[in-house]
Design a protein around this ligand. Structure first.
Ligand code: NAD
Ligand code: DAU
Length: 336
C-alpha cells in the first residue's frame, strides 16, 4: 500500500510516519510537507534512508504539485495544518488558506487520482467548549461551535471533507481528537513548552486562572487510533479519540511536570488570558472502543513521565527548535 501523508514533518505527522514504518514496514510513504516553522525533518532521521520513504517539499494549496505527487497513491492521511490557536489569533489568514483551501485542493487531487481512502485528522476544538464541573463530553454527534480562527478553519475543513463524500462519493473518514502530547512536539503547545522551560529554569506561563481543562491524548495512542480507523473504520464515518484524563486543569498539569522535574511551584507564572479561551474539553471515545477496539494504552501520568524523560534526553532537538524565529514568537506572545 502507498500512503500520502501531508504534514508528515510536524509533530503528529512525524510520529505517525515513525509508527507506520515500524508496524507496516512493507508499505510505502510519501511525506508531503511545506516545512513551515512547525515542520522539522530531523524528526524523521530514523527513516530518511528507508527506500519505502520519500519526502516532497510542497504546499497543499498548490494544485498541480498536489495532483502529480498523489499519482499511484492508495491512501491519503491529512495532517498538514496551521495548528496553534494563539498564532491563529495573531494572524488568521494562513489558517484559512492552509486548513480550508489546502484541504479542498487535496480533496480534488484525491478524486482525480481515485484514492481508496482519504483520512482527515481533525480536532475536538470544532465542538466549542464545555462548562467546568459538568459530566458532559464531546462525541461524534456533538454540534459544531468553533470559537477561534483555528477551530473555525478546522470546522470548515471537516465540512468540506464530508461534502466530498456525500456529493462526489469520495471514500473518507475523519477523526476528531483531543490535545496530543509526546516526543517532537513544537514547544509552543503547553506541555512541550512547560517541560522545556522548566529544564531551562524558566517559568511556565499559565493563561488566566489556570482552571482550563483539556483532555490529553498521547501521540502514539492517536497514531494507533488512525491505523485502526484505516483498517476497520467505516467509510463516511467520524471517530472521536481522547485520553484517560478525568478533568485535569492546566495548573495541575504544570504542577505534575514540576514534580517530575524536581522543581518548586514558584516556576509558575500567571499571564494574560487567551481571548475566547475555551474552558473545558472532554472526549467520549465509546464509539472508537466499540467499533474499532481502540483505547489509550496508559494513563496520563504514565505517558507524561515518559514524555518528560524524552525531553530530558533530547535537549539538542528542542534547543535548536527554540532558537531563531521561535524567540521572536515567544517575545510577541509573552513579552519579555
Ligand atoms: P504541527 O503544527 O506540529 O505540524 C503541521 C505540519 O504541517 C508541519 O510539518 C508543517 O510544515 C505542515 N504544513 C503547514 N502548512 C502546510 C501547507 N500549506 N502545505 C503542506 N504542509 C504544511 O501540527 P500537529 O500538532 O502535528 O497537528 C497535525 C494535525 O492534527 C493538524 O491537522 C491539527 O489540526 C490536528 N490536531 C492536532 C492536535 C494537537 O494537539 N497537536 C490535536 C487534534 C488535532
Ligand atoms: O484540542 C485539540 C487541540 O489542542 C488541537 O486541535 C490544536 O492543534 C492544539 O494546539 C491544541 O490546542 P490548545 O489551544 O488546547 O493547546 P495549547 O497547548 O495551546 O493550550 C493548552 C491549554 O493550555 C489551553 O487551555 C491554553 C493553555 N496555555 C497554553 C499556552 C501555550 C497556557 O495556559 N499557557 C500557554 O503558554
Amino acid at each position: 500500500m502507498k500512503l500520502f501523508v501531508t504534514g508528515g514533518a510536524g509533530f503528529i505527522g512525524s510520529n505517525f510516519i515513525l509508527y507506520w514504518m515500524k508496524t507496516h514496514p512493507e508499505d510505502q510513504i510519501v511525506n508531503f510537507d511545506k516545512l513551515t516553522y512547525a515542520g522539522n525533518l530531523e524528526n524523521l532521521k530514523e527513516v530518511e534512508k528507508n527506500p519505502n520513504y520519500s519526502f516532497i517539499r510542497g504546499d497543499i494549496c498548490d494544485v498541480l504539485r498536489v495532483e502529480s505527487a498523489m499519482q499511484g497513491v492508495d491512501v491519503v492521511v491529512h495532517f498538514a495544518a496551521e495548528s496553534h490557536v494563539d498564532r491563529s489569533i495573531m494572524e488568521p489568514s494562513s489558517f484559512v488558506m492552509t486548513n480550508v483551501v489546502g484541504t479542498q485542493v487535496l480533496l480534488d487531487g484525491a478524486l482525480k487520482n481515485n484514492i481508496k481512502r482519504f483520512h482527515h485528522v481533525s480536532t475536538d476544538e470544532v465542538f466549542g467548549q464545555l462548562p467546568l464541573d459538568s459530566n458532559e463530553k464531546f462525541d461524534e454527534s456533538s454540534l459544531y461551535d468553533p470559537r477561534s480562527p483555528y477551530s473555525a478553519s478546522k470546522a470548515a475543513s471537516d465540512h468540506l471533507v464530508r461534502a466530498y463524500y456525500h456529493t462526489f462519493g469520495l471514500p473518507i473518514t475523519i477523526t476528531n481528537c483531543s490535545n496530543n502530547f509526546g516526543p517532537y512536539q513544537f514547544p509552543e503547545k503547553i506541555i512541550a513548552l512547560a517541560i522545556t522551560n522548566v529544564i531551562e529554569d524558566k517559568k511556565i506561563p499559565i493563561y488566566g486562572d489556570g482552571l482550563y481543562v483539556r483532555d490529553w491524548l498521547y501521540v502514539e495512542d492517536h497514531c494507533r487510533g488512525i491505523d485502526m480507523v484505516l483498517g476497520k473504520g467505516k467509510v463516511g464515518e467520524t471517530y472521536c479519540l481522547g485520553g484517560l484524563t478525568e478533568d485535569i486543569n492546566n495548573l495541575e498539569v504544570a504542577k505534575k511536570i514540576l514534580r517530575l522535574l524536581g522543581k518548586s511551584e514558584d516556576h509558575v507564572s500567571f499571564v494574560k488570558d487567551r481571548p475566547g479561551h475555551d474552558r473545558r474539553y472532554a472526549i467520549d471515545w465509546t464509539k472508537s472502543k466499540k467499533e474499532l477496539g481502540w483505547e489509550p494504552l496508559h494513563s496520563f501520568d504514565e505517558w507524561l513521565a515518559l514524555t518528560v524523560k524524552w525531553y530530558q534526553k533530547n535537549k539538542d532537538w528542542w534547543r535548536k527548535v527554540k532558537s531563531g524565529e521561535y524567540k521572536n514568537y515567544y517575545k510577541k506572545q509573552y513579552g519579555d
